[in-house]
Ligand binder design. Structure first.
Ligand code: GRF
Length: 200
């Protein structure tokens, strides 16, 4: 089992870190991990280096992004691609190259509060505006639409009176880390990809 994490341009990298940590401790039985980032000078890449992960720099702005990403995933024998903070749709070539093997995390309870433009603080603002009593996060399969693939794993938390988008985001973020690790474990169990060893 080999796993890659694709991070976005902001590249805070906290979900990536949770995944790398779980690989290191053996909680995710992955034979190492590859981090794919759009540029070198983002926090996620620094964290990836600290974990000794392999790093590939590839920007979605590049003309041959789709072909290059497919080539990297094949060359690195990646079984599962995890999006973490990657805000664009993936090209169809990438989806076809990795059927049922690309996951994303969203900071709300899909199918509500997802879709184009729904990321970051906007998601939590929408949850509060809709006076929801609970929120949480969702790991889902990636398809050609924003946040519409089948749901793999969710975790819930209450929305507290007086919550702001920021307090709600802060409650959900640690839940995301746990949710992503559990979702990957479930994916591995479902796909029979037994890890040979945790070698990171
Ligand atoms: C997370 O909130 C995730 O749900 C969303 O993008 C954010 C990435 O944060 N898809 P981080 O870079 O993992 O800290």
């Amino acid at each position: 089992m080999r796993l890659a994490v694709l991070v976005g341009g902001k590249g805070r990298g906290s979900n990536m870190k949770a995944i790398l940590h779980a690989c290191k401790t053996g909680r995710i039985p992955s034979e190492g991990a590859l981090v794919i980032a759009p540029k070198d000078d983002i926090p996620a890449v620094g964290i990836a280096r600290e974990y000794g992960a392999e790093i590939a720099i590839l920007s979605p702005k590049e003309q041959h992004f789709a072909a290059d990403l497919v080539a990297i995933l094949a060359a690195e024998r990646i079984d599962l691609l995890c999006l973490a903070g990657f805000l664009k749709l993936l090209p169809v070539e990438v989806l076809q190259a990795m059927p049922d093997s690309i996951l994303n995390i969203h900071p709300a309870l899909l199918p509500k509060f997802g879709g184009k433009g729904m990321y970051g603080v906007r998601v939590h603002e929408a949850v509060l505006r809709a006076e929801q009593l609970e929120s949480g996060c969702t790991v889902h399969y990636v398809n050609e639409q924003f946040d519409e693939g089948a749901i793999l794993w969710q975790m819930l938390c209450p929305v507290e009176p007086g919550d702001t988008p920021e307090t709600l985001a802060a409650r959900i973020l640690p839940l995301e880390h746990e949710c992503y690790v559990e979702a990957i474990r479930k994916w591995i169990a479902d796909h029979g990809k037994a890890g040979r060893k945790a070698s990171m």
